[in-house]
Ligand binder design. Structure first.
Ligand code: DC
Length: 228
């Protein structure tokens, strides 16, 4: 095991709306691993910046803010990790489309990425962890024992997001959601630092035609082979 870890690190990367969060949550529960939703950390920086009146374009001020932020996850009764900023549960507030767009913007700034890198590595250092994000297999844990790049066609992801929002009682326009997903894809893949791209040794799984249970079973099998 790399880095002296007793149990593997499972890295799941992929674009917005591909089902990473649910896949990673169920996988972590099945393996008895800790779950780290790294997108929540970028969302936390975007939210804290708004609280502090710092524009999402001010790289240096955002980097200073991120370096000093107290970001933690508290486990809810149902096992869901909830993001806390300075000990306060902000998990619902980071789930708006506005904060998603802000997270994608703040994530383009190298000082923000540098500030969150150490935190992500500390959260996964012991192994026995599933981290999901955009650059886990390429930058955060290039030595992860299991690397998966999860994809699905953008229209399929838009359809899923609409169903997801409907299940939470929120109406959504599918064309608008698709445009937002494509804009985030372009921003996440096009940025200079740690762009969204598969690690060379990542296993590619396309969930357009694979059910989530099948995706989870395939990753769980890879993790078990790696010592989970
Ligand atoms: O997965 P998510 O939608 O919660 O992520 C929010 C934004 O954070 C996403 O647009 C890109 C950014 N992000 C990133 O740059 N690197 C990560 N490891 C995770 C998320």
């Amino acid at each position: 095991m790399s880095g002296g870890r007793a149990r593997p690190v499972v890295a799941i990367d992929g674009p917005a709306g591909v089902g990473k969060s649910t896949t990673a949550r169920k996988l972590a529960a099945e393996l008895g691993f800790v779950l780290v939703d790294t997108g929540a950390l970028y969302r936390g920086v975007a939210l804290a910046a708004r609280d502090a009146g710092i524009p999402w374009t001010d790289a240096d001020a955002l980097g200073d803010l991120a370096a000093g932020l107290d970001l933690t996850f508290e486990l809810a009764a149902d096992g869901e990790p909830r993001l806390c900023i300075a000990g306060q549960d902000r998990a619902d507030e980071i789930r708006t489309t506005d904060i998603a767009a802000g997270a994608s913007k703040v994530a383009t700034h190298p000082p923000v990425r540098a500030a969150l890198l150490g935190l992500q590595r500390r959260l996964g250092a012991e192994g026995g962890v599933v981290l999901e994000g955009r650059d886990i297999g390429t930058v955060v844990f290039p030595d992860a024992e299991v690397k998966v790049f999860l994809t699905a066609a953008a229209p399929e992801r838009a359809k899923r997001r609409v169903l997801d929002l409907a299940a939470r009682g929120q109406a959504a326009d599918e064309a608008e959601i698709l445009a937002q997903i494509e804009a985030r894809d372009a921003q996440d893949s096009g940025r200079e630092v740690a762009p969204l791209r598969p690690a060379e040794d990542a296993v590619h799984l396309d969930s357009t035609f694979l059910g989530m249970d099948e995706v989870i079973a395939q990753i769980a099998a890879l993790a078990r082979t790696a010592g989970a």
